[in-house]
Design a protein around this ligand. Structure first.
Ligand SMILES: *Cc1c(COP(=O)(O)O)cnc(C)c1O
Length: 359
């Protein structure tokens, strides 16, 4: 067996609610662990899918015309520059397949989204990691880490798991200094939650001489994580390569119609953002009361430092029916990552965390 495959560590996703409830013999558990949208899916997307059900005996439109047309209009780009993925994770896979040859290198921050290293490794490449600095992407150090065999640089903005974000100016400076032959990949899974207007908006930089791929997803802000639909905005030549390596029917009929409908659901998007912003404020107030340090977030989750007992506290929260994300696999064993839930879920977490730490 190929050693680079045998040495892969399987991804450990957050525990599904049903599994936890079975294990503990409880009901009414809540999940604040996977950065999902607690409001559910965009209602417009649900309606569009209901109407499309009768057509499921057909193969999907391999070109994804309806969704790509909607995205083209939204971003003012020709459709040829838009690539759909079965989740934006699949776009990462296309990028690795198209640009990483055995022995090539990619760069990302550490800790960072675990799929980058996995998919680079599957393609026979190696991911070089550059530590976060004060929980922010260290763009200068990333720049310095570029080597002749570096093909891809993954920039996650806002960043998972830190929740921090860099500005448009910082992105501009980074692109200006990036040598030719390197493709910059901007993963904007959480961009819709960024409340700070200075946060870089990738689509504004697509015209830069340095090739840039912007990845976005319907999984988070549109509440469609279970459907698997995301997309890339890319220079024409890069998009052409990504289209060559994808399967013709990589996104389903339901995903395509739901994506197009969700994109028009401004009301849902705004509601989602406001829910997140209020939830973060409530979390911050709780952490300050408890004397815990945390990383102010531009995303729909927050990283909080519990201390050496973080693992125990997470287990105790689990027993009380609250699933949060332990950060051991992200090299932050003293931290927990908490996704914003519904107001009553956030309050339940706040009450239980307070009881555990003060009890
Ligand atoms: C959630 C998330 C995504 C979204 O992945 P999908 O495949 O679109 O669901 C992408 N990148 C990061 C860093 C994420 O946390």
């Amino acid at each position: 067996m190929a050693p680079e495959i045998a040495s892969l560590v399987p991804y450990k996703p957050g525990k599904p609610i049903e599994e936890l409830e079975r294990e503990l013999g409880i009901s009414g558990a809540i999940k604040l662990a996977s950065n999902e949208n607690p409001l559910g899916p965009s209602p417009k997307a649900v309606e569009a899918m209901a109407q499309a059900l009768g057509g499921l005996h057909r193969y999907p439109d391999g070109a994804g015309y309806v969704l790509r047309a909607a995205l083209a209009q939204r971003y003012g780009l020709p459709q040829e520059q838009i690539v759909l993925g079965n989740g934006s994770n699949e776009i990462i896979e296309f990028l690795c397949r198209a640009f990483i040859r055995p022995g090539d290198q990619a760069l990302a921050a550490a800790p960072s989204f675990l799929m980058y290293s996995k998919l680079v490794q599957v393609a026979g490449g190696r991911l070089k990691e550059v530590p976060l600095k004060d929980f922010r992407l260290d763009l200068a150090a990333l720049q310095e880490a570029i080597e002749p065999r570096t093909r891809l640089v993954f920039l996650n903005n806002p960043d998972n798991p830190a929740g921090t974000a860099f500005s448009g100016q910082e992105l501009q400076a980074f692109l200006d200094q990036t040598p030719p032959g390197v493709l910059v990949v901007l993963d904007e899974a959480y961009i819709d939650f960024a409340g700070d207007p200075a946060v870089a908006q990738g689509p504004e930089f697509l015209g830069h001489a340095t090739p840039l791929v912007v990845m976005r997803t319907f999984s988070k802000s549109y509440g469609l994580a279970g459907l698997r639909i995301g997309f890339a905005l890319a220079p024409l030549e890069v998009a052409g390569l990504l289209h060559r390596v994808r399967q013709p029917f990589n996104t389903s009929i339901l995903a395509q119609v739901a994506g197009a409908a969700a994109l028009a659901d401004e009301e849902f998007l705004q509601k989602s953002r406001e829910l997140v912003w209020q939830g973060l404020q409530d979390f911050y107030a709780c952490f300050e009361r408890l004397g815990l340090s945390y990383v102010p977030s531009q995303a729909n989750f927050v990283l909080v430092r519990i201390g050496p007992r973080a693992g125990e506290v997470a287990e105790e929260l689990l027993r009380r029916g609250i699933i949060v994300r332990k950060m051991g696999s992200y090299q932050l064993p003293e931290h927990l990552r908490i996704s914003v839930g519904l107001p009553q879920e956030n309050q339940r977490f706040i009450r239980q965390l307070t009881a555990i730490l003060e009890g």
